[in-house]
Unconditional design. Structure first.
Length: 87
């Protein structure tokens, strides 16, 4: 439903960057259904990033999908320690 793109050096947008080689906690907060936006916090700090709704769903979100978009094999990849649902 929402898309967050992170480039190969950890850039997101609006000056928001992740440090490669360091653990980060990303939190996604869905606002009310009228605004159709998702707010992103990194390491407990809110960012200015508001992810737009790109694929509406009548039944809401039921899974998360992680996908590397590199044109070639990415031998470094990324590591996800855990995914936790809220509310």
């Amino acid at each position: 439903m929402y898309v967050l793109e992170i480039d190969g050096v950890g850039r997101i947008d609006d000056g928001v960057n992740l440090t490669p080689g360091r653990w980060h906690e990303l939190q996604f907060d869905w606002e009310d259904s009228e605004s159709s936006k998702c707010r992103l916090s990194i390491d407990g700090k809110p960012t200015k990033c508001k992810l737009p709704l790109v694929r509406p769903s009548v039944n809401g979100i039921s899974y998360v999908h992680f996908q590397a978009l590199s044109d070639e094999e990415d031998e470094k990849g990324f590591l996800i320690e855990s995914v936790e649902g809220g509310r």
